[in-house]
Write a protein that binds this ligand. Structure first.
Ligand SMILES: Nc1ncnc2c1ncn2[C@@H]1O[C@H](COP(=O)(O)OP(=O)(O)OP(=O)(O)O)[C@@H](O)[C@H]1O
Ligand SMILES: [Mg+2]
Length: 249
């Protein structure tokens, strides 16, 4: 089993879009039993997969151990893809985690799902607090989407410093150049400079349409250029996870 965290301190960079797409590819293309865990009270993943917020809101009770993940997990329309939907209670998650005082509670919860899921994908809100600390602690790999802009490269420096300073045994990170538009000079410069060798996700209509259709891109436009780029990203994730598994043996 592997846990993949999608995180950045920057908002609106494509985290949720990538988390949903990777979860779909993991389940439908790679055939892994996959859980997408929506940790953001905005509930973007849940909404993109066509799920409305569950009622009553109980997600935070998982972290208090008043409920088991299995009680809240729902199946999606896609085979092998399950969802732990976000709800209103997540607004208080950071404070609840600080009160609980267990820095590896999320890691503990994901490790208990080992026999049920081969891949768990965590969609993290754009925060630097207890929630991001727990995601870093639980993940085997961190995906960090960054659009081509000086502020995004500053965010990457910030994230690297944060990992070195506060997370001695942090997972490897896979930065992704997101929302790339090859017509723009600045984007091309970043692509050839700072982001050379990173997986690239283009700014694309098909990706925007995923939010309109409330479906993963691959489910309605699998053969477009953007979907092929997303598949390359998923292949890079799987390759990184395999290397990690080999290193463990
Ligand atoms: N590659 C892309 N091409 C076109 N639109 C995109 C692309 N990636 C994301 N978007 C759009 O940008 C917006 C923000 O994307 P998304 O919600 O995935 O970002 P986020 O990082 O999860 O945001 P937040 O920090 O608020 O959680 C959405 O409307 C999404 O449809
Ligand atoms: Mg998001």
């Amino acid at each position: 089993m592997a846990v993949i965290g999608v995180w950045s301190v920057k908002g609106g960079v494509g985290k949720t879009t990538l988390a949903v797409d990777m979860a779909w590819r993991s389940a439908v293309v790679s055939g892994h039993r996959t859980l997408l865990w929506d940790l953001d009270p905005q509930a973007g993943c849940s909404w993109l997969l066509g799920h409305d917020a569950p009622s009553p809101p109980r997600m935070t009770s998982l972290f208090h151990r008043d409920a088991r993940p299995q009680e809240l997990i729902v199946e999606t329309r896609w085979p092998d893809l399950a969802l732990l939907p976000a709800d209103e209670s997540l607004r208080g998650l950071s404070i609840a985690l600080a009160r609980i005082g267990h820095r590896r509670r999320l890691a503990q919860l994901t490790s208990r799902l080992t026999s049920d899921y081969a891949r768990i994908i965590l969609d993290c809100p754009p925060v630097l607090n207890e929630i991001s600390d727990q995601v870093i602690g639980a993940a085997d790999l961190l995906i960090v989407p960054l659009p081509p802009s000086p502020l995004a490269s500053r965010a990457l420096d910030f994230i690297r410093r944060e990992l070195v300073r506060n997370h001695q045994r942090h997972p490897p990170i896979l930065p992704v150049l997101s929302m790339y538009d090859s017509r723009r000079r600045l984007h091309r410069d970043v692509h050839q400079g700072l982001a050379a060798g990173w997986p690239v996700v283009p700014m694309a209509t098909a990706i925007e349409q995923a939010a309109v259709r409330r479906m993963p891109i691959g489910a309605f436009a699998n053969w477009c250029e953007a979907s092929m780029r997303l598949q390359k990203l998923w292949d890079a994730v799987e390759a990184k996870l395999r290397l990690r598994e080999i290193a463990r043996v």
